[in-house]
Design a protein around this ligand. Structure first.
Ligand code: ADP
Ligand code: MG
Length: 235
């Protein structure tokens, strides 16, 4: 759908406004959190300690949503550096593996072609891949047939692009979900923020790339992040 310049201006203004509101909400949340912490021992005395736990967990959730929202509305231009794709994928696996194993799944690097390199913001690209792995992890837990959930990462070259794929054999998506998954705040999860993929989409577009996805209900999902290739340099 095409947007008019007027609509784009409005969107930009709305983005700025909500970012500053989000920022302002953080301060009182921090204060509330601090005081609940102080009350905690007293609540314990009353046998109401679990109330404090719930309040803290909900404050943390609100903070997470604000954090994701703020990082999504910042137009931040990428801090680019040269990245070796295989190192990047290994690191991302290292960061997420324990979580995956704990939930009874597997995560594996199934292949990286040659010495693929990217000129990109490492932190942001990691954030995108970790978002995708978290989604995969959520899609492979509670598997009905009791088989092992698997997440596979790989990368190859396609013309002038590096294609990084994150594939899972999780619950997949119906066409309705597929058509909306990049929308801000769209989630099918009880505790979802619906920000992971909208943030990821923005990050990848800022890098001159694009994300594509294929999914089959009850079979699995594959996300492909395409980014402009940097031919590996010789020092
Ligand atoms: P959240 O994870 O907070 O719900 P996201 O933007 O990360 O928000 O994802 C949006 C929605 O896309 C999810 O709620 C889910 O329905 C769907 N989705 C994303 N990744 C997958 C996946 N690997 N398998 C199945 N569904 C997915
Ligand atoms: Mg998510």
């Amino acid at each position: 759908i095409e947007r008019t310049a007027y609509q784009n201006d409005n969107l930009a203004m709305l983005g700025k406004l909500s970012a500053s509101i989000a920022h302002e909400i953080r301060n009182p949340l921090t204060a509330i959190r601090g005081f609940i912490q102080l009350l905690r021992p007293h609540l314990q005395g009353l046998g109401k300690e679990e109330y404090a736990k719930i309040i803290l967990a909900e404050i943390d959730r609100a903070n997470d949503i604000i954090h994701e929202f703020l990082s999504s509305s910042k137009p931040s231009s990428p801090q680019a550096s040269l990245i070796t794709v295989s190192d990047l994928l290994k690191e991302v696996i290292l960061l997420t593996e324990s979580e995956v194993l704990m939930k009874g799944g597997q995560i594996e690097l199934t292949g990286v072609a040659g010495d693929l390199c990217l000129y990109a913001d490492v932190k942001q690209i990691k954030q995108v891949l970790i978002n995708m792995i978290r989604n995969s992890l959520e899609a492979i837990t509670d598997r009905v047939d009791g088989t092992m959930g698997r997440i596979e990462l790989s990368a190859d070259r396609d013309g002038n692009e590096v294609r990084i794929s994150v594939a899972d054999n999780g619950k997949g998506m119906d066409t309705c979900t597929l058509s909306r998954l990049f929308h801000q705040f769209f989630t099918t999860k009880e505790n979802g923020t619906g920000l992971g993929l909208s943030v990821s989409d923005r990050i990848i577009k800022n890098h001159g790339g694009h994300i594509s996805v294929t999914s089959r209900l009850n079979e699995g999902t594959c996300f492909i992040v395409s980014l402009p290739l940097t031919t590996s340099y010789k020092a």
